[in-house]
Write a protein that binds this ligand. Structure first.
Ligand code: AMP
Length: 401
């Protein structure tokens, strides 16, 4: 990492008292959990989202059901909300820019824009001296043909709108790279060298208007078909790796001059190196355990920063294992076409399991429908409960937990 002078102390921000309106762009489950946290602190929440029965829209105090760039809806949001945040990175920067002319917006459009695009994300991280996987930018078919063999085998990833492993193609040869680039419709991509991973981890940090920072413990993340399956916290990595991961995430927040909650996903290579994979300018699926296992959840922290309130304590009170519940659970057999409600007694018979469902009316395969956090005095016990719940619900295992 490059050295940078510490920023000057920032003035105290205007404090927004409970009772006021907070605004949220986006209506997914992250927004729903933000609404619930902010509402429990006494705030009212207005959600701008085009969906009819979005998870956040249905719990918000007001749902402005419109496109993110709808001028009337943006004007209404600017009038109503004292401050505005977002729950997903693909919200148009122009909407954040408009709102920022009237209200506090965190995170700012510049941070969101960097995370929206893999090329700007990788360029930013590498320029700031953070280690990332070896990669090349593919802007044309000629770039695809000219890639270095040192990057193969690799993964071609679309620069924009990729999430949960979507917009990614594994490649072994230069011909594969050319073909993968063509399947992306000529849009810019990144070719990343395939790295042998010991594990994947993430760190969630928060940085407030006065540039104070805090970090939660490191989560160890297991994916299945490119989608987060389980988060194990604290991560089973050496203390030195966990410390470096947290330092790296905090340094990224500083270099972005970030305000709000930020997630940094990292690879731990089998050689014990940390590489930054992605940053998400918002709370993250791998931080859902904070709701039940920490003094302050990632969503409460998002509300605190937005309101100009002091940061909450991120201490973890008990080891936790979070299991994602995807729509596949509603289709017990592969051939099922009609969804059936899973037997939730299989979860709730464990007194230390905390069930969260996102209120999505239509279960679909691979759709995130909810999660369960398993808490216990030891990580071994929390893992046992998570394994039992997965087995009883019929959620496949991607390797040992
Ligand atoms: P991403 O959308 O970039 O987070 O990628 C989705 C998943 O693919 C990651 O969580 C990793 O499991 C895997 N993956 C992505 N990039 C690489 C890489 N360069 N080397 C090895 N595995 C990768």
């Amino acid at each position: 990492m490059n050295d940078a002078a510490a920023p000057p102390p920032a003035p105290r921000p205007e404090v927004i008292a409970p009772g006021a309106w907070l605004g949220l762009l986006g209506g997914g489950q992250l927004g729903r959990m933000f609404c619930m946290a902010a509402q429990s602190m006494g705030y009212r929440v207005a959600v701008l989202d085009p969906g009819a029965d979005s998870p956040a829209g249905t719990v918000a105090d007001r749902h402005l059901r419109a496109d993110y760039l709808d001028p009337a809806a943006l004007a209404e949001m600017a009038e109503l909300a004292s401050a505005v945040t977002t729950e997903f990175e693909n919200v148009p920067a122009a909407a954040l820019d408009f709102l920022a002319r009237h209200r506090r917006v965190s995170p700012g459009a510049a941070s969101v824009a960097i995370a929206q695009d893999r090329i700007s994300e990788k360029t930013f991280l590498a320029a700031q001296g953070f280690a990332v996987a070896p990669h090349a930018v593919l802007s044309s078919a000629a770039d695809a043909r000219a890639v270095s063999g040192a990057l193969l085998p690799g993964i071609v990833k679309s620069a924009r709108l990729g999430y949960d492993g979507k917009g990614q193609v594994r490649v072994r040869t230069v011909d594969d790279v050319v073909a993968a680039f063509a399947t992306m419709g000529g849009a810019a991509c990144v070719l990343e060298q395939f790295v042998t991973l010991a594990c994947e981890v993430s760190v969630i940090v928060a940085r407030d208007e006065q540039r104070r920072t805090t970090a939660w413990p490191v989560a160890e993340n297991r994916h299945r078909d490119g989608i987060l399956d389980v988060s194990i916290v604290p991560a089973r990595v050496a203390d030195g790796i966990a410390d470096e991961a947290r330092r790296t995430a905090l340094a990224i927040a500083e270099r972005l001059d970030y305000r709000g909650v930020l997630c940094v996903e990292l690879f731990v290579t089998d050689a014990g190196r940390l590489l930054v994979n992605e940053i998400a300018p918002r709370p993250h699926n791998s931080g859902h355990y904070t709701i039940d296992a920490c003094v302050t959840s990632q969503f409460e922290q998002q509300a605190r920063v937005l309101a100009g309130m002091p940061l909450g304590d991120t201490r973890q009170l008990e080891p936790a294992v979070m299991v994602n519940l995807l729509g596949d659970l509603w289709f017990a057999a592969a051939a099922d076409t009609t969804p059936r409600e899973p037997d939730w007694t299989q979860v709730l018979r464990h007194p230390q399991a905390k069930l969260h469902l996102y209120g999505k009316s239509e279960p679909r395969r691979a759709r995130k429908m909810g999660h369960v956090s398993c808490l216990a005095p030891t990580l071994a016990e929390a893992l046992d409960v998570a394994r039992t719940i997965k087995r009883d619900l019929g959620i496949p295992f991607a390797g040992d937990l």
